[in-house]
Design a protein around this ligand. Structure first.
Ligand SMILES: Cc1ncc(COP(=O)(O)O)c(C=O)c1O
Length: 282
């Protein structure tokens, strides 16, 4: 049984309850963030909590905790779960109860849910995956709100076609990001990733920093019809790390296998997270 933090208390996971009147339940108004541990050390916790605060600010949700307090609570919740080798950490800040069911009162609830990290299929990383594109634009894409209707909808479509992720395409035919991932493309030695109108992924940021000396980074939007000019594609996320993409809709990328440059970025990332877990990186 895992231990969660809910509204000031550590409770067993089955006793982690919030009110049915909370406007996160009624309206999908709330924010969350997600991170994992390496060697039990939460990866870029300050950045994840800063993003949570930023997500809240953007939708007009007032948090009653400082970022430092939230970081402390996350660390304490990890310590309450010593049976995990590595953990997935979900931080949720609800909208709270509102008398009219729609106007936030600044009384939201902080929850920290720590579960065992689950491994994704090994073939994703060795063989590469299929993704699809989908015509959806997220509302306030820079905020990780609890309204992930578009993600749940799009992932069902992806899974029906054997794909593991769906990439949002906007009305200008720009490919922005996946339902829970950021997208990168290699064209020659240039690594391209969209600059804005996306969730600023923490993994994306680490990848940009790790590769900046070896590849030319181009922060620009990707047109859906230029994918056939890309040599390699990969997607990034905290829980997935770096996943090579070999097919987008009906288009095969490169030679249909994870490319050398993507495998190089995976290696850089693996070394970096290992060093992070060892405490060799501040
Ligand atoms: C919409 C969206 N884009 C990108 C990401 C990747 O962000 P991160 O690397 O911080 O996990 C996520 C994470 O869940 C997401 O929900």
């Amino acid at each position: 049984m895992d231990t969660y933090y809910v509204d000031g208390k550590f409770v067993e996971e089955d006793a982690a309850l919030i009110s049915a009147k909370d406007i996160t339940v009624l309206r999908g108004f709330g924010v969350f963030d997600f991170l994992i541990t390496y060697n039990k050390r939460p990866f870029f916790i300050k950045e994840h909590v800063a993003r949570l605060e930023n997500s809240a600010r953007q939708i007009g949700l007032t948090l009653q905790h400082s970022n430092a307090d939230i970081c402390d609570i996350v660390v304490q919740t990890i310590e309450k779960n010593p049976h995990h080798t590595e953990s997935n950490i979900r931080i949720v800040y609800t909208g709270g109860i509102s008398p009219d069911g729609v106007t936030p009162q600044g009384n939201g609830i902080l929850m920290v849910m720590v579960t065992p990290k689950h491994e994704l299929p090994a073939w994703w990383y060795t063989k590469g995956v299929k993704i699809i594109t989908i015509d959806i634009e997220r509302f306030i894409p820079t905020s990780k709100s609890t309204n992930y209707l578009s993600a749940v909808f799009a992932q069902q479509k992806a899974h029906k076609t054997g794909a593991v992720e769906a990439i949002y395409k906007d009305r200008e035919n720009r490919l922005l990001e996946g339902t829970t991932t950021n997208i990168f493309c290699f064209k020659g030695n240039t690594l391209i990733t969209p600059p804005d109108d996306i969730l600023p992924g923490i993994t994306r940021n680490v990848v940009m920093n790790l590769t900046k000396d070896q590849y030319t980074l181009e922060l620009r939007h990707l047109a859906a019809d230029e994918l056939n000019q890309m040599d390699e594609i990969f997607i990034t996320a905290s829980n997935k790390e770096i996943v090579p993409v070999i097919q987008v809709d009906d288009l095969f990328i490169g030679n249909g296998k994870p490319g050398d440059k993507t495998r190089h970025v995976m290696e850089l990332f693996k070394n970096y997270t290992h060093a992070y877990g060892q405490g060799n990186i501040a």
